[in-house]
Design a protein around this ligand. Structure first.
Ligand SMILES: Cc1cc2nc3c(=O)[nH]c(=O)nc-3n(C[C@H](O)[C@H](O)[C@H](O)COP(=O)(O)OP(=O)(O)OC[C@H]3O[C@@H](n4cnc5c(N)ncnc54)[C@H](O)[C@@H]3O)c2cc1C
Length: 262
């Protein structure tokens, strides 16, 4: 079984995020780059599937990122991925969701896979739009929010999490899946894994090898970022003082009524 996992390299979620006022892009320099946390769950799912399938199963990690960030992918290799492919090209700068998904899909067409595992969301841009766009470009069934994945004779049986409970879905292979955070904690890289990752391959590909029919980068983007603003600071709030529970409940009710919430 061949599994590909998409991994976005994002600024450390714990670091303070700044926007460059001129380019309106996230400032990435001076901030540590890490694997997008959701993608670690997708990678964990891939590694578990590989372990269960055995044989010559392989997990390849794919990322569209600037070349200087390539070594960040070693963590995925240390966790257990067999190899990595990096799509890197200055012509990708300024790509919006459409252009990003179009370029990633073209690069993925060059890789053979039975299962494409994609994180549900990124920690920086957080649109959650890339998985659906990739499935559309690649003509794959798209099963989101998977918390349990089983390979069957006819494809996949997936238990997916919804707001109302769990659904069991069947899909033929090849298929695209996103993982729920309840799938299971991503594993830590062992010392052996970290040492072994140094010898694993990170192949690089560029736009010239993809023979794209449409432009990407700023020219190929269908959206334009007009402005970027932090949320307004929170107001002081109101303290409700009450002598006992009954008058307190009444005061809270009147407050909610005033806000037209009840
Ligand atoms: C006008 C405009 C210009 C932009 N310019 C830039 C820019 O110059 N540089 C820049 O970095 N961003 C830029 N962005 C942001 C960029 O479009 C998004 O980061 C990108 O489309 C992915 O969207 P997302 O992060 O919301 O992914 P989501 O849809 O939230 O991601 C879901 C999953 O898709 C996969 N995925 C997403 N992106 C990648 C990736 N790059 N590689 C591998 N897997 C991936 C991951 O598995 C991830 O968990 C720009 C956005 C706009 C609107």
């Amino acid at each position: 079984m061949k599994i590909v996992v998409t991994v976005k390299l994002v600024p450390d979620p714990n670091a303070e995020k700044k926007i460059n006022a001129q380019t309106k892009r996230l400032v990435r320099s001076g901030v540590e780059t890490v694997l997008n946390p959701y993608d670690e769950y997708a990678l964990e799912a891939a590694l578990q599937l590989k372990e269960r399938a055995g044989g010559d199963s392989r997990v390849t990690v794919f990322s569209m990122s600037p070349e200087p960030l390539r070594e960040t992918l070693r963590k995925a290799l240390a966790m257990g991925a067999d190899d990595a492919v990096l799509l890197s090209d200055s012509g990708l700068e300024g790509s919006d969701v459409w252009a990003t998904a179009y370029a990633i899909a073209a690069a993925l067409r060059k890789l053979e896979f039975d299962i494409l595992l994609v994180g549900g969301l990124t920690d920086d841009s957080s649109t959650g739009a890339v998985p659906g766009a990739l499935a559309e470009h690649l003509g794959l069934p798209c099963v989101t929010n998977a918390r349990k994945i089983d390979v069957t004779d006819s494809g996949l049986q997936v238990e997916r999490e919804t707001d109302l409970g769990y659904q069991t879905v069947h899909a033929p292979l090849p298929a695209l899946l996103t993982t729920a955070l309840t799938f299971g904690e991503p594993r830590y890289a062992s010392l052996k894994g970290i040492m072994g990752a140094k010898k694993k391959t990170i192949a690089t590909t560029a736009l010239g090898e993809l023979a794209l029919e449409l432009p990407v980068g700023t020219a190929g983007s269908k959206t334009e970022l007009r402005s970027f603003a932090p949320p307004p600071p929170r107001g002081k709030g109101r303290t409700v003082e009450a002598a006992d529970g009954t008058t307190g409940a009444q005061a809270i009710f009147e407050f909610l009524e005033e806000k037209k919430l009840v």
